[in-house]
Design a protein. Sequence first.
Length: 342
Amino acid sequence: MQSKDAAVRPQRVKPNMRRREFITLLGGALPAWACAARAQEPRKVVRIGLLGPLSASAQASRVEAIRQGLRDHGYIEGTNLTIEYRWAEGRYERLLELAGELVRANVDVIITYGTPASLAAKQATTTIPIVVALIGDPIVSGLVTSVSRLSGNVTGQSFFNPQLRAKRVELLKEVKPGIARVAVLLNPDNPASVPEFEAMEVTARSLGVTLQPFRLRGPSEFVSAFESIEQAGAEAVETGDDGMIAGNLGAIAALAARARLLSTGPKEVAQAGGLMGYGVDIFATYRRAGIFVDKILKGASPADLPIEQATKFATVLNLRTARALGLDMPTATLLRADEVIE
């Protein structure tokens, strides 16, 4: 007869029985959670369209910054990312056609930069999200009507270039107080050139400086343009930030030096041999495009991502060029510089 204690004592379970029961339980639960995990593996290959106004070689550093920004968020080209590249090679009239190719390729997101390419992408599609890595002034250009309340498929970053270019005129006046004439390089195929020049003129008039616009569409016009600049009696040249011009800063800096002109433009001007540069940190700015892309791919609407304004600007001075021009940089300018090239 079994005792009362034996009747209530828990029965021991052999270890192998526990393992079998656990495996059975696990097998029964597998369909409830494993299917969702399997649905995420392998990770979807994302297709990005990159619309460039110039050639791949001319914009290599900017494109690498965009790639790095995508890598920051786990998008690795050749692994889970495919990039469809379209290059206009400086022929802005081809941008709309190339943007249309990306739309027909049904890419997930289009990344571009600069006013002409951004406007072409917007004209090509109202449904595919567009991330503008950097644009001068998205409102004046007509890309958006507000940087904080978006309603379409475009978002990205801006640096309000008219004000930035006007600041360069101030810097020229600071390093050479007696300066009276400044040549300004403009690309007539870039619609941003008109409002940018107008903003520069307002500042120039207040400083007693006359601006002289020189319009050129490609590198083949550089030599003749600088001959005209010399004949016009200009003392300095401002290059602007147009893609075609920015892609040839070395040649422009050399021509300015030969003509003994003070030269200014984006910070890369000084790094290319010009006198001084003032502008945004291009690599850091373009790298941030990856943040916008990642948010969109995770479900955010471009209309919910306000256009950011670049806030980090840098002044670069080239003292080698200053010495060659016989120019003594003011102490205040030197102290304010973020980089000085000796």
